[in-house]
Design a protein around this ligand. Structure first.
Ligand SMILES: [Zn+2]
Length: 77
């Protein structure tokens, strides 16, 4: 198994910028997979805040749409 992703790499992944070779680690490692999900939620939440004032619950709706396939189903960022 490859090395765990760094927090920097998790940030890149949340932005869709992580190279596929490193992204593949997320399919093998539930630890990094969980961290990556958190990072993506954070990234999305932050991205929503400044630009436009969303109605209440908007961020929640966005986050509910952020569903990654189960590990057995493969990983598609
Ligand atoms: Zn890992």
């Amino acid at each position: 198994m490859s090395e765990h992703l760094t927090s920097e790499e998790l940030e890149l992944w949340a932005q869709g910028l992580l190279p596929a070779t490193r992204t593949m680690h997320l399919t093998d490692c539930s630890l990094c997979h969980d961290e990556a999900q958190r990072e993506r939620h954070l990234f999305l939440a932050l991205g929503q805040l400044p630009q436009f004032a969303p109605s209440a619950g908007f961020a929640d709706r966005v986050m509910r749409q952020v569903r990654l396939p189960t590990r057995s189903g493969g990983f598609a960022p």
